[in-house]
Design a protein around this ligand. Structure first.
Ligand code: HXC
Length: 283
């Protein structure tokens, strides 16, 4: 889909790049010639991921950092800048989430998710953004949100509130930092299987089946479908896309709103026969 050198010359930092969608994006970016830095809390996990992304180590950089702790984020950004001269693209991918009835949440539980998702995104954006502004070469920020950033969702109130905040940050900075040639966009994925999200959010086969049935395309997303979109949005193929959130969910969220959408679950032939029987006859 892309030229082999689509991201040549770009340095990309992916938070939470040691596993899941972060690792998939980092791997794909490196495949198109980018230099990729991945951060996360677990140094050993980052090392394993780096070996997978680029066994030579030339195009991959790791630094353990917790997005909740600004000092560690700043240190990671300084490490990448010292090695490669600056950062062109930031992907705010690191997240935390769990299912919980809201009345059973503690303030600390709320804070664990919000400080990772919202504060963490702000921390990385601030540390990387300052460097981009100083370097005067522009840049691109891509935030991974979710469709319930605008619909809200039962049982994930901290995550929904935090992702809504990240979306507002995306749109705010799209305007504010356009002055510096920095674009801000977001991707809102529906269900894409990853070990982290699945163990926390789809722990039983019934919950997984229910989630799949809600997707009009009747399947979960594939990582390469999401990484293609990420490559496009951060690349020089999308220089005029700024302040946008692109949904990639097989039609899931929009299907939850239409009054008659549930009728698609009736076999189409039965539905057509019922409609035919109801049609007024001429004369
Ligand atoms: C209720 C819980 C809980 C649960 C933790 N807590 N899990 N409360 N139900 N299942 C509470 C704890 O009791 C504690 O509060 C507080 O949260 C902090 O817990 P810790 O275990 O100390 O937190 P920590 O080690 O910082 O872990 C953070 C985490 C964890 C968010 C809880 O799950 C994490 O780091 N996850 C990262 C990976 C991940 O979640 N990926 C999924 C992203 S998917 P008290 O009061 O007891 O001290 C996503 C979008 C999905 O974001 C979109 C799908 C379509």
């Amino acid at each position: 889909m892309f030229r082999d050198d689509a991201l040549e010359g770009k340095t990309i930092l992916v938070t939470g790049g040691g596993s899941g969608l972060g690792l998939s994006m980092a791997t794909r970016f490196a495949g198109y010639g980018a230099k990729v830095a991945i951060t996360g809390r677990d140094a050993a996990k980052l090392e394993r991921a780096a070996a997978e992304i680029d066994p030579s180590g030339e195009r991959v950089h790791t630094q353990a950092s917790d997005v909740r702790d600004y000092a560690t984020v700043e240190a990671a950004v300084s490490g990448v800048t010292a090695r490669w001269g600056g950062i062109d693209v930031l992907v705010n991918n690191a997240a935390g989430n769990f299912l919980a009835p809201t009345e059973d949440l503690s303030p600390n539980g709320f804070n664990a998710v919000v400080s990772t998702v919202l504060n963490g995104t702000f921390h990385a954006t601030l540390a990387v953004g300052k460097g981009m502004i100083e370097r005067k070469r522009g840049g691109s920020i891509l935030n991974i949100v979710t469709t319930y950033a605008w619909t809200g969702s039962a049982f994930v109130v901290p995550s929904a509130a935090a992702k809504a905040g990240v979306l507002a940050m995306t749109r705010s900075l799209a305007v504010e930092w356009a002055t510096y040639g920095i674009r801000s966009n977001a991707i809102a994925p529906g269900p894409f299987p990853t070990e982290g999200a699945w163990s926390a959010l789809m722990p039983t086969p019934e919950m997984e089946a229910e989630a799949k049935a809600r997707v009009p395309l009747n399947r979960f997303g594939k990582h390469d479908e999401l990484t293609s979109l990420a490559v496009f949005l951060v690349s020089d193929a999308a220089p005029y896309i700024n302040g946008e959130v692109v949904t990639i969910d097989g039609g899931e969220w929009i299907a939850s709103g239409g009054e008659f959408n549930g009728l698609t679950r009736i076999p189409r032939e039965h539905f057509k026969a019922a409609m035919q029987a109801m049609r007024p006859k001429k004369g």
